[in-house]
Ligand binder design. Structure first.
Ligand code: ITT
Length: 207
């Protein structure tokens, strides 16, 4: 039997963890919480800094290859919010439901029932603490956010996000469909290509 490489998912979001498992079937994904790793505050001013920070914390605590994901929803009509604050849009410890309601209220204040939006996901794979060359991949996913929420699948803003040219929300799609289309799915395809390239070029560090 071929040994699967283990990757520590540097996330405490169960929705992201599930998507990592779907998108990386050839790797054994373990959650940072199963190793008792507690996330640290996100202080970066970019998705990239936060993603690298998450991967670094998980790698330092586990000594294993770690994967950070910093993502968010950008609504240009709301000055690019929720953006980096997507997980904490309503308040510091907000639930997904509170964040969705807050976004709905902000849109209503502008008398909008819908607005152009896009999701961003920056993945950082850190192979070891002295890795000078972490693998980085970014995915963007265009669509529209609507005050009408539909569907029960996924997480976060999925019930309000309707991909470009789609009549159904992300929360109405099945998880495989979302995984293929989404910002995370796009970033993961890029990351997988980099992993393959890197592994074949440098056997000493192969994943
Ligand atoms: P970790 O930091 O532990 O990974 P988090 O949820 O706090 O979990 P982020 O700081 O990256 O992660 O915040 C991302 C937020 O953006 C997330 O909580 C959702 O509200 C939203 N988001 C990101 N990707 C999403 C997706 O695929 N579907 C819906 N909402 C998403």
């Amino acid at each position: 039997m071929v040994n699967q490489t283990t990757i520590v998912a540097a996330t405490s979001n169960p929705g992201k963890l599930k998507e990592f498992e779907l998108l990386l079937p050839n790797f054994k994904i373990i959650s940072q919480s199963s190793l008792g790793i507690v996330p640290k505050e996100e202080l970066g001013e970019t998705f990239f800094e936060n993603s690298l920070h998450k991967a670094r914390v998980a790698n330092a605590a586990s000594g294993m290859t770690s994967l950070g994901d910093d993502s968010g929803l950008i609504v240009p009509a709301l000055n690019n919010l929720p953006g980096l604050r997507s997980a904490r849009y309503a308040h510091e410890n907000a639930t997904d439901e509170e964040n969705r309601q807050h976004l709905k209220n902000e849109l209503k204040k502008l008398e909008l029932n819908q607005s152009k939006a896009y999701f961003v996901c920056v993945l950082v794979l850190l192979r070891d603490s002295a890795d000078p060359f972490p693998l980085i991949a970014t995915g963007l996913f265009e669509g529209v956010v609507k005050t009408t929420m539909r569907g029960k699948n996924g997480f976060g803003y999925d019930p309000m996000f309707y991909p470009k040219n789609s009549n159904v929300s992300l929360a109405e799609m099945d998880e495989n469909e979302k995984a293929l289309l989404s910002h995370r799915g796009i970033a993961m395809q890029i990351l997988k290509t980099k992993i393959e390239r890197f592994s074949s070029n440098d056997k000493t560090h192969s994943l």
